[in-house]
Ligand binder design. Structure first.
Ligand code: ADP
Ligand code: MG
Length: 342
């Protein structure tokens, strides 16, 4: 009876999102951006816009079953949403939290989860204003909706990149992926290195202040956060901007911990930096004429940034190897449902 019917595995995560976009907008008044960016943007209201983002974390899918630290998990749930507000250059303000709890879960673990959320909410002065609670038949599920605000003239979208723009990231890439390999027991590393990589995976630091400074400088052209992986998220930015990109392997920022981890496990750190997800660094593009000034402004205020490539007119992603050879690459990174997976 179901023969010939397409399944979600066939469509893939991003194919599914594309498929439901048509017909979503019933009244475009007051909607500046709907589906397709890190946040929806609505307004303006008295010269400000609201940024709204939602993300869910599901046991077994987004985090390993029976996490060691519910405090880390709570902090991470807030961090991934903060990162989407950061990617538009906004200030996070209020959040709503819905949770589906499996029967038998310890109250102490739930308290720890909320303590972790409060750690990050306190740091960014974000209020928890409501949510919903349900029983779960299959693992813990947490969903956050976060509301931020911004100056409408400063908001950075995924679709603003132009050929010739320089591509930057705000920090080293690949540490979170290495941390995940260590947590799943697939690989090993000396203890101090191992601890640092696991912290990178469990406690990502969303670049909220950096994102706001980049946007308010009015010098950048587009921005996205790296949640799925560098090439995957750069691919989204390029698709929205109708451009391609060239990355320089030599310029990928790699931490010393990642280099040691890769040496011990016989891996190429550049491959992990290209496709590893969950670093929650920002990727942004800057017209060449503004690049020096923005670099100076950010560095003067103590923020890191690394130039890793350039936007091209020709679509697709290209990688220039350390030896200077250029080849086309496919975006790779985390993608729900298997058919689109690398
Ligand atoms: P991010 O990784 O920045 O959280 P996603 O890749 O999850 O972004 O989502 C891309 C866009 O698609 C966003 O605008 C998001 O709100 C939207 N989106 C994702 N899933 C759905 C869905 N099931 N229904 C409607 N919009 C969705
Ligand atoms: Mg995002």
């Amino acid at each position: 009876m179901n023969q010939g019917k397409k399944t979600i595995d066939h469509l893939g995560e991003f194919g599914f999102i594309r498929s439901i976009m048509k017909g979503c907008m019933q009244n475009p008044e007051g909607v500046i951006r709907g589906i397709g960016d890190d946040c929806a943007v609505i307004g303006p209201y008295e010269n400000r816009v609201f940024l709204i983002t939602t993300d869910l974390l599901m046991e077994h899918v987004h985090f390993l079953p029976g996490p060691k630290s519910y405090r880390d998990l709570g902090a991470k749930t807030v961090a991934v949403n903060l990162s989407d507000i950061a990617a538009m250059g906004g200030v996070p303000r209020h959040l709503f939290l819905s949770i589906a709890i499996p029967s038998g879960m310890f109250v102490e673990d739930l308290s720890q989860l909320y303590a972790g959320m409060n750690d990050l909410c306190g740091l960014h002065r974000v209020n928890l204003l409501g949510g919903d609670t349900s029983a779960s038949s299959d693992g813990l599920l947490i969903n956050i909706t976060l509301i931020g605000e911004a100056d409408p003239a400063a908001v950075l979208y995924r679709n603003g990149a132009s050929p010739g723009d320089a591509i930057y990231v705000t920090g080293t890439l690949g540490n979170a992926q290495a941390g995940l390999h260590l947590l799943t027991g697939k690989m090993h590393a000396p203890q101090d290195i191992s601890e640092q990589l696991i912290v990178a995976h469990n406690r990502p630091q969303p670049r909220v202040e950096t994102g706001r400074l980049i946007a308010e400088s009015l010098l950048a052209s587009a921005m996205i956060d790296i949640s799925d992986g560098l090439t995957s998220d750069l691919g989204h930015l390029c698709e929205e901007s109708a451009v391609g990109a060239r990355l320089f392997e030599k310029q990928l920022p790699l931490s010393e911990e990642l280099k040691i981890f890769c040496r011990v496990n016989n891996l190429d750190p550049r491959a992990i930096a290209l496709s590893g997800g969950e670093d929650y660094e920002l990727l942004f593009t800057v017209p060449e004429k503004n690049a020096d000034l923005l670099e100076k402004q950010l560095k003067r205020q103590g923020y890191k940034l690394f130039k890793i490539g350039e936007i091209m007119r020709q679509s697709g992603l290209h990688l220039v190897s350390s030896e200077g050879l250029e080849r086309q690459i496919n975006p790779s990174g985390f993608n729900h449902f298997s058919s689109e997976a690398p």
